[in-house]
Every structure is written in C-alpha cells, then in structure tokens.
Write a protein that binds this ligand. Sequence first.
Ligand SMILES: Cc1ncc(COP(=O)(O)O)c(C=O)c1O
Length: 456
Amino acid sequence: MSSALPATLPTPRGLDEADQRFAWHPFTQMQEYAGNPRLHIARAEGCWLIDQAGQRYLDGNASIWTNVHGHNDPDLNQALRQQLDQVAHVTLLGLNHPTATALAEQLAGLTGGALPRCFYTDNGAGAVEVALKLSFQYWQLKGRTEKTGVVSFVGAYHGDTFGTMAVGERSAFHARFNPWLFPVQHMPVPAYAECAGRVLKSADGVAELQALEDLFKKSASRLACLILEPRVQGAAGMQQQPAGWVRRVAELCRRYEVHFILDEVFTGFGRLGTITVAEAESVVPDFLCLAKGLAAGYLPLAATLTSESIYEAFLGDYSSGRTFFHGHTFSGNPLGCAVALASLQKLRPLLASGRPAESAQLLGEGLARFADHCNVHAVRQLGLTAAIDFGAAAGEPAWHLDARTAYRICLAARRQGLVLRPLGDAILMVPPIIITPAEVRHLLQALQAATAEVLH
Ligand SMILES: Cc1ncc(COP(=O)(O)O)c(C=O)c1O
C-alpha cells in the first residue's frame, strides 16, 4: 500500500492551530499575526489565490513580486512536469544538466551576448552576494587590491543576508545588525515620482549624479562596485528614478572603472514593461542580478550574469587560487530552469501584446483618484508597480507605529477578495504581469472599499 501522501490535511481550524503552534513566518510580527484572521491558500489559478473554503482573492502582491504568467499556468505546468520526468535536481558543482545550459544561453541573449556568463543561485540575495563577491575578487585577481569599497543608494534593499544587508539601507529592517555590517557609501537618489504617465514630482537627477562623480573623483581607485535597483526601488516603497538616470549612472561607473551591479531581482521579467530595465535603458552593467520572476514565481531560481572579460580573470591553474569558491546546493535547479525557459518563451509575446501596459495604465489612473483622500500623502505607479503612502490628515497628530493602519487596510482588503502587503503606512501593489484590465478594476474597487472601511 502506498503511503506517499498524508491521508488528510488539517481542517481550516486545525490548520489555524497548527500554524499557531509550529510556524514562524518571514517578515512577520508573530504576536500581531496570532491576533488576526489567518489566510491559508490551498490553490491558485491565474491571478487568483483560493483558500480552503473556496474564497478567491486577487493576488495583488504577485506572491511577493514573483508571479508573471499567473498561477497554475498550463504551459509552465507542462514544462515542469516534463522536467520532473527527467530529473528533479542535479548539482552544478562540477556537473551540468542540459536545461541549465539552455537557459543560460537564453539569458545571455537578454544583453545581446554582452553578459554571456551565467552564475546560478536560488534567491535574490544570493544573486547579489555573488555579484558583490565576484567584483571584490576580480579586483584582487587584477592586482588592484585597494579596490574594495562599495557604493549603494539611500533606500536600497538587496536582501537579508549579511552582505546584502550591508549594501542596503540601514533601515528599521536591518539597523540592528549595523555592528556586523561592512561599511558602504549610500548616495542620494533623485526624488522623482510618476503615476499613470503623469510626472508628480519632477527631478532630473543631475545633483545626485554630480555627488556621485565627486565621490568617484576622490575615491574610485578604492571602489570595487556600485549597486543599483534601476528605475524603482521596490522595498523602499516603489521609489522611482527618472528615465535615463540609470544610463548616466552606468556611464559614470564605466568612466571611473567602478563595477556597475544592476539588481533587477524585482524589476526584471516584465514588471516595468520590458524584460529588463537594462534593455529599456540600453545599459550593459558588469553584473546583472535576476531572481523573483526568472522562474515566473514558480520556483526559487536566481542568476548573476557577467561578461567574458570578468569571467576570464578567474581562470588559472587550481593552485593559482583564482577559483570562485561560492555555490549553493540548489543553484540552477533543473525544475526552476525548465519553468524559466517556458516563461521566457511566453514573456516577449505577452509584453508585445500591450496588455501589461494597458493594465498598468489603468492601475495608475485608478490609483491617481486616491490622491484626493485626506489620508493619502502620495501615490506612485510605474509599470506594474505602485504604492500609496497613507498618513495622518493635515493638522492631525502623526499615526503611531502600532496603529498599523496600512496593515489593517490590507486585512480589510482580504474581505473584499484582494491580497496586498503593507510597508509601514504604505500599501504596495505588484500584481502578476498577466493581470487583465477587469482584474485591475477589481483591485481598485476592493482597495477603495477597504480604505473606506478603515479610514471611514
Ligand atoms: C531589488 C531586490 N533585490 C534583492 C531582493 C532579495 O531577494 P530574495 O528575497 O529572493 O532574497 C529583493 C527582494 O525583495 C529585491 O527587491
């Protein structure tokens, strides 16, 4: 008799109890979580999450910014099943599998072959750690041992491992770990904002570029790399940069011989209307970090792409010590690679269809209407990324951190059939790339109702 599967899953009530007893959820104050209704997602299809009772919720968070073609997509499912019938996992440490090679070739095409070397990992922080370590080691191998410094930006978020915390903003998330973080120079970003194609806060970014050039003039000989989330800093609350700014940062890096690391973990794979911002801005970084949407939100897969010349610096006899000693058990997992290949095949036609752009415009136009609310301080939207900053009305005392207003709006949104995530007093909207205009209208109506319920 087969006993491969548990006979029954816990009932909804049993699940609440088991979750309460055994779980520790990421980025979650568990005391607060325990005091609120839990949501157990049992199934999903397209842009919709379905709980055990059959209630449907629009996935306004794209399962933490990953989902591209929707859940349970037949093509991706088929690619996954086909790979599963071949092999579920093969290590890339000294071995290879054909699906990893096929995907690496496709990823090289994203930069027209300029970054042909693909180093696989399995999450965004891993992809960034690899870029940082490769940059550091490269300069050592080239004899430029003084080039160890890192430049990042105010508001940056690159992950929660020590290296990525160090290069990220020392925010409430990470400031506690400051004593263990290596020093990084955090430079200002332009204060730019747009929504539905209308510029709400204009900034050309010239002063920030000048500050960067001043820094480079003084210290480029001691700097290994600069890392940037291009166009939208997601975890900063969807803070935007003006078009063209990324390219000018890239030019400065090139001129002053500082490696340019583009962290497209969030912005890649259609989020801003193109497969990458690098493509949209005609920029070739030294390292391109990809994760989240790479395997369409199905499986953990990440990649750091780099140039042939950087790769060649690591070649030598074993005894030369040039080897890059870094790897993860599930780097380049075949199941993830198979889904990523199938996803890429569908992504260009999806973007070319104009539907993501239409949905993004509708999202921006709908959110712009929230701007008149007395508790709305700002609204931003670019592609399928958006945020509303909530706060006290003019003349009212500031909201206490524990009021958790945006969190309460998200809980209310669930009752309207919408899953969202707050960030402090902001609410972030990051739906799957496949979202339809009708689904955007549902998102807007549900958010409107939830906001009215909590803010009266
Ligand atoms: C720009 C950026 N880089 C890196 C990461 C870290 O990715 P992961 O959570 O897969 O480690 C994130 C996650 O939100 C991100 O937004």
